[in-house]
Ligand binder design. Structure first.
Ligand SMILES: [Zn+2]
Length: 403
């Protein structure tokens, strides 16, 4: 079993070790006698870094733990092979490690805060590349509770409380009132304690003092199957997130020429104006369609027992020609064959109630002809025409067939 150096020193980023085993495969895995590399476990993701020997280095791209407790260092496929018995020196990517420590210790603080304030235990923890989440076992969390938990967590950070690690027997752990004992019980348990706040069994890498976590910011809450998911960021991530928020808000404020705190009010005002504008536009289109329908109906051509209106528009869309068709067919004895070349090109066929033509059948014929798709009722049907240039000839053709 690999000796885990990160258990007793989270800040150790350089170490010497010996290669115990090299496991070939799709990705070569290296097992060391001792390691400071953290394998993915307990919600925390793996470290990356280098294994160096004889002046060359192999990049460690993933670290995982197998059932037998071996820590597998997967090395980049292009790296020079290492051999069992070889002395190596390991270097952990320190920025990534520090980030993970900030997120994981921040999680302990935040989870403890939700228990202390609202008796909401954390049932799972996930560390992502951008943010982290905890799932709280509760039906709901109010906005006020979120603020309170965030404030308590940050107060614990400001107080710079010590974070300590110790090993105890399982029997001793049972007497210590831990929130939860891990399912996988070993002879010895590793406990992480935040002074006067939290004591729990954890194998993760943690800061030594809570101030090293940096700010803890809650970003989002959502209902999930097992409770409420709380998304948060800590430390450098919190700083970067708030910088991004500020940049986005500043950009939005500049667009409205307002202060960032007035953005919601400005958006509401703009939405109201847009809605009113749409209403006005719709009323105008109705008026235009009414006028145009009267004009077209007056110039309709006789065909058998009814009159035909045929017109192709290059500046009006499908919605408008449908509106126009509805206005036209309010007149007696009219069949409308309308087209639009505005994307997506389309045709609309419609008839007055007293015209005995099945426009759906007419549309089907037109669609078969142009390779488009359409449908509708016996009174009004519409269809998409694949090519805008085909709209006018199609309307002409359907009109000639009515003669
Ligand atoms: Zn933990």
């Amino acid at each position: 079993m690999t000796q885990r150096l990160y258990y007793t020193d989270s800040f150790l980023c350089n170490f010497d070790a010996e290669v115990a085993q090299v496991i070939p495969g799709e990705r070569t895995a290296v097992v060391l006698d001792r390691t400071a590399f953290y394998p993915t476990s307990g919600g925390q993701v793996f470290d990356t870094g280098l294994l160096s020997a004889n002046g060359t280095s192999a990049r460690v791209v993933e670290v995982a733990e197998d059932e037998s407790g071996r820590i597998l260092h997967y090395i980049e496929s292009t790296a020079q092979a290492l051999a069992a018995g070889q002395k190596v020196s390991g270097t952990i990517d320190a920025d990534r490690r520090r980030d993970h420590m900030q997120q994981h210790s921040g999680q302990h603080v935040l989870s403890a805060g939700f228990i202390e304030l609202f008796q909401m235990p954390t049932v799972s923890f996930h560390m992502g590349n951008e943010s982290c989440t905890i799932d709280l076992s509760t039906k709901a969390v109010t906005a006020e509770q979120i603020v309170k938990a965030e404030e308590l967590a940050n107060r614990v950070v400001f107080e710079n409380r010590p974070v300590t690690v110790r090993f105890v027997s399982v029997d001793e752990a049972r007497t210590l009132g831990l929130h939860k004992l891990p399912e996988l019980q070993k002879d010895e348990m590793r406990l992480v304690e935040i002074k006067d706040l939290d004591l729990c069994a954890c194998g993760g890498t943690h800061v030594a003092h809570t101030s090293q976590i940096g700010p803890i910011l809650i970003r989002k809450t959502e209902k999930v199957k097992q409770g409420v998911r709380v998304e948060f960021v800590c430390g450098d991530r919190a700083l970067k997130t708030s910088q991004k928020d500020f940049a986005v808000l500043t950009e939005a404020a500049a667009l409205f020429s307002s202060h960032i705190y007035d953005i919601p009010q400005q958006i509401r005002k703009t939405l109201d104006e847009a809605k009113a504008g749409q209403k006005r536009q719709h009323a105008l289109l109705e008026e235009i369609a009414e006028l145009q329908a009267a004009d077209l109906a007056a110039n309709a051509q006789k065909a058998g027992g009814f009159r035909v209106v045929k017109q192709v528009f290059t500046d009006r869309d499908l919605a408008f020609i449908k509106l126009l068709a509805q206005k036209l067919t309010k007149c007696h004895g009219l069949l409308a064959l309308l087209g639009s070349t505005v994307l997506p090109p389309a045709v609309v066929f419609a008839r007055s109630a007293d015209v005995d033509v099945d426009v759906r059948a007419l549309m089907k014929q037109a669609m078969d002809d142009c390779g488009g798709r359409g449908g509708g009722s016996n009174d009004l049907a519409q269809g998409g025409v694949p090519d805008a240039a085909a709209v006018a000839p199609l309307v002409e053709k359907m009109a000639s067939e009515l003669q």
